[in-house]
Design a protein around this ligand. Sequence first.
Ligand SMILES: [Zn+2]
Length: 132
Amino acid sequence: MSASSLVADTVWKSIEATRSVTEEQLSILHFLFGKNFERATRIVDQKGVKRVSGEPSQRSIFQVVGESRRKEEYLCFADSYCACYSFFYDIVNRGEQLCCKHQLAARLAAALGLCVEIQVSDEQLTLLLVKL
Ligand SMILES: [Zn+2]
């Protein structure tokens, strides 16, 4: 794990614990993620993060709305994967960023308790995952 992902991890954990963001944490996240963090906060503000959880396993995946006019949604895991183009191009291929704006939005919404929670059966969840 790189130093910056360790820093990010620590910040996320303390946001989760307090369910709020301090000025200091905001500036750290800005420093680490720049424009992507601003985009992520806009997504969270418009209630663009859904957490889809399967019953009874409680395994879950995030469904995050994009910013384009088409408002497509991307399936993503906050720490490991996003179905968007930027994840593949900037992160997997070029290794330039820690994560994409959808993953950031998912992290932020989960830490602040601002996800739209959706319960589905495990079968339905599996059908979603098959599309990845
Ligand atoms: Zn993404």
